[in-house]
Design a protein around this ligand. Sequence first.
Ligand SMILES: Nc1ncnc2c1ncn2[C@@H]1O[C@H](COP(=O)(O)OP(=O)(O)OP(=O)(O)O)[C@@H](O)[C@H]1O
Length: 856
Amino acid sequence: MVWNVKDIDLDPIDSTKPKATKKGKKKQPQLSADEEAWNKLSLGVPPPLPETLDPSAEGSKKRKRTKPNIEDVQAFAWSEVQNPSSLLLTSDDAGGFVCLEELSDVDVEYEGDEATGQIIKFKKVTPKKKSKANKSDKKLGPANPEKPLSIEETKAFYDLDTFDENLATKQNAEEQNAEEQTEGDQDIEMQDNSEIDGQIEENVESVSADVEEPSEQPEVKLSAKERKKKEKLEKAKEKRKAAKEAAKEKKQTEQTADEQEGDEEVKSNRISVTEVDQDFDTSKWDQFKLHEDIINGLKYHKFGSPTPIQEKTLPLANEGRDIIGAAETGSGKTLAFGIPIAQYIASLENEDDKHKLAALILTPTRELAIQVKNHIQNITCFMDIRTIAVVGGMSAQKQIRQLKQKPNIIVATPGRLWELFSETDEHLNSLKQIKFLVLDEADRMIEGGHFQELDEILKVVQQDRKENVPQAEDEAENETEAEAEVESNIPKLQTLVFTATLSTSLRFDVKKRKGGKKSKGKASEGTMEDLIERLELKNKDPAIVDITTSTAVASKLVEAKIDCLNTEKDVFLYYFVTRYPGRTIVFVNSIDSIRRLVPVSKLLGMEVIGLHAQMQQKQRLKNLDRFKANNKAILVASDVAARGLDIPLVEHVIHYQIPRSGEIYVHRSGRTARANQDGVSLMLCSPEELSLYKKLVLKLRKGEPYPDFPVDYSIQREMKKRVELATKIDKQEHRLQKISHDDDWMKRMANELDIEYDEDEHSIKKQKRKHAEDDDEEEKTKQRIRGWKAELKHMCAQPLLPHGASMKYITGSTMQDLVQRLLNEDRNEKLPGSATSKAVDDVKSKAKNNKKGQTA
Ligand SMILES: Nc1ncnc2c1ncn2[C@@H]1O[C@H](COP(=O)(O)OP(=O)(O)OP(=O)(O)O)[C@@H](O)[C@H]1O
């Protein structure tokens, strides 16, 4: 019997289907007479096809059988048709015959070839032609794809039709996964695939049962397809098994690698002792009986004697006392707590204890945490001590891996530490057993209630610790405590709190505590008193080491101010950094100021770098490194850089805006004049800031005003011109950038929301340019900017001479001593008429002259 059916969706001559247009409509092909005839001959329209049919199946000479059953086939309005001779169909074309070849009990055959004309035959398949395996099919009845097959049926009729498609998808994913895993291309994340494993295993077993256990099951001959499927499943199972084993192995290797990596890091940190100059005198450290490796570290870094804060705190820390320490900025507080920690770890005898977390150091900023970590690593470079930093803005994954390496010391910011530690009991337990808890820059940690996590951390660290008892109350009691400590294996917590600005209120409260009295009521939240109360110090009588002076700043710091208008600040800044080149930090009170100052300063040719908390952490660290590497660089920073940062050879700190508190002033100024070096702190003070300035004077200088900075006003006029031009360029560039930035943002948002972005309708740029002539305005502005830039470049290339002086007619200058100045050997390249003295010296000599004047 020859069947034919109406072509549903096929151009019979050109097998290439018309492509859908954008709107989803198809182009209707032009039909030839023959084609028209063909269509007329075809009778009836087939009913909707069952879902199980696969229209994408490729045509073949002999098609495979698929579901549904014959009833479905007979529902078609069939009619016998002879293929018109002009209609040449290839086997590919037949594929477009709406998948009839996919119907159960229908086979497709082709007669003739392309030369003679092909006839397509759809044949009803008689039961006689069925394979043995399919006999059981008949017995069991055709598979109903809507109903899952029984196990019995599955065993007898296991092919694609009965195969769970979801399972197949999962399985494919599994196979791919397995391949990737065995290739080791990706990190193996152990996922719970037990469900899939179970299904695969069940399927394989169900098939295998037919083959492997013939005695129990009726003999089933597997078709090629079934065999292939079985092989595939077995292969997948094997792969899965192999992948599991590989994952297990990888996990083990990773664990060892983590440990090894940690060891390597410790080793790479370790410098050969042979590199230590053993003749370097460290006898001043002898009184503390430090471990040999620590002494070697001190020798290697040429720390010949302890700084005052170190000298005072080390004996107390070695006695096991809690300490509240305050000393000027840059006075070596990091080692005042770092050395006792290293000494404690070096003294541990038990192997297990050597791999435990011994100290947690908390700092308020990420940069400071990283710096403290480096500082401790430096001093322990001859020891097996692992110190890591756990800070926000950096890879949490890496930090998790580092935590697995069992560090001895963690330096952290509270937020990230709590984020990682609150997740696992293992980490939380390690916190409960630390020996040292250090709060660096403690006063900052509690400012503005920033650190709720600090509270959580403190609770965990202090949990299960022994009840606090006043020290030396009873010797016998102390001995029992020591015994209990050994028994429980949990060391007694020692808390060290350090700051450069110990507030007077804190001193008062702590003194109250000395007498063992508790302050009345609860200390108000967010104060140092509150922090100390929450710290539950081991000894109710902590040692207070306060060696800050009344001015609170470093002893070698030289301070001064320039009175000026807000609008003049840029000129004075430009003047200062041009006249006194050297590593300088400019502190501002707002991020907006950084965003304005950095481009303007760049336009003026200054080597300027920005740093603020809204920057990505990597960028922050990168900028800090760039600043450290360039001894003429200018860092324009917010107060994120005010605390603790130890950048070598910062010559000047400029307070572009007056700091909002005495503490901030001290910390900002403390970035210079560190470790007994010279340094200048200069304030640019506008009339609006006078009240803040007066508070500083009262708080830090007992009412004595800051000296005026000596300024050479003769070059100010020329500088002002440059600064004004740079500011004009920046404003215009900023305006243009803002419009394009807003447009870009609109475009991006429209794209994300799948909304059509009509430039004419939505573009802010276009909206602003209502008239045609406005279109030219933007181009004109750009041209103007280019012109101004060229002008500024030319200006900046000129030497800055005092007002009224000319390089051509030097002798005619209004300045009497200009010739002498220019002849001066150490003349400044940029300011040929100026001296090259240092800012520190200029302030000092001015102060000297003032004194002389006063005495005279
Ligand atoms: N004993 C020492 N001898 C010489 N230099 C030292 C000694 N101890 C520390 N230093 C150096 O002094 C500098 C300042 O140290 P550190 O950063 O610990 O100061 P700090 O008191 O914590 O400052 P801040 O209050 O600003 O955080 C560092 O560069 C450090 O290497």
